[in-house]
Design a protein around this ligand. Structure first.
Ligand code: SAM
Length: 281
């Protein structure tokens, strides 16, 4: 009989967000690896789960993974959980999962809450790509350097600690400009949840509007930058080039604009230039 590793997402605040399948996996487990056994006790007690727990955290993950793989190889079912949310996402877990794969153990994810996904789903930024950037460096100089290196076109999801939230928002405003939009997702799924979308230039006033606003847990979702339009233009020009082989400039520009969202006028100008260049060849 071979073991099984469940990777189980747990609530990020509201215990009712534990899925029936998560509870079932925890019930079935012979052993539950918790980031902090005391923190997870509340969730386990709520569902009457009395399985043996072991602590697996950033300081013992490698050694504990080796021990757990031995349990898995002996045919045990192990469930991996963290204090909140999805294991391995700015949380321990990846080393155990990697060790399980290498040992040929079946890994079964039990998806569910994650602060990053919850915040992004409530942010309302229409984008086909998004960067999960996790925690920024704690030191200000390193944080600013990290921000300057980000892809300015894409939306980004950050986790941030309450004592750094004001500084980080100020650094974001300095790097991306006061007009760029951000969503501050505070205390998600909890009693005092707040989700506010505003330009970066307004975040200091928002934070200062109530003393509790700098407390709790935060996810920041930075909206996409204007370079998205540059991306759209590049995509528009690519589509246009293909259409120009079979259509006149105005028709090709109209269709390429419709397909890609790039401005029709610019595409038309580009099409005329291109036709002129082609004729000159
Ligand atoms: N793996 C977890 C997940 O999938 O959500 C994230 C773990 S990370 C160590 C913890 C960070 O997630 C917090 O510092 C905060 O930035 C964010 N976070 C967790 N729960 C949250 C909540 N209820 N509301 C807002 N942010 C939260």
């Amino acid at each position: 009989m071979s073991g099984l590793l469940y990777v189980v997402a747990t609530p990020i605040g509201n215990l009712a967000d534990a899925s029936p399948r998560a509870v079932e996996a925890l019930r079935e487990a012979d052993l539950i690896a918790c980031e902090d056994t005391r923190t997870s006790r509340t969730l386990l007690a709520r569902h009457g789960i009395a399985a043996r727990t072991v602590a697996l955290h950033e300081h013992n993950e490698r050694a504990m993974s080796a021990r757990l793989v031995a349990d898995l190889q002996a045919g045990r079912r192990v469930a991996l959980i963290t204090d909140a949310g999805t294991p391995g996402l700015s949380d321990p877990g990846a080393l155990l999962v990697e060790a399980a794969h290498r040992a040929g153990i079946r890994v079964v994810p039990v998806p569910g809450p994650s602060a990053a996904v919850a915040a992004f789903s409530a942010a309302g930024f229409a984008a086909t790509r998004v960067v999960f950037a996790g925690f920024l460096p704690a030191a200000r100089a390193a944080r600013r350097k990290a921000l300057a290196a980000l892809d300015r076109a894409l939306p980004h999801i950050f986790y941030e600690a309450p004592h750094r939230i004001a500084e980080t928002l100020a650094d974001l405003a300095e790097t991306f400009g006061a007009a760029r939009e951000i969503v501050i997702a505070r205390e998600l799924t909890k009693k005092f949840e707040e989700i506010a979308r505003m330009p970066l230039g307004e975040t200091a006033a928002w934070l200062g509007a109530a003393p509790h606003r700098e407390q709790g847990e935060f996810v920041l979702v930075l909206g996409p930058g204007e370079i998205v339009q540059a991306d759209a233009l590049a995509e528009g020009q690519r589509v246009l080039a293909a259409l120009l082989e079979v259509l006149p400039a105005s028709e090709a520009a109209r269709i390429a604009a419709k397909l890609t969202g790039a401005p029709r006028r610019e595409l038309y100008r580009f099409a005329l230039d291109r036709k002129g260049t082609d004729r000159a060849r």
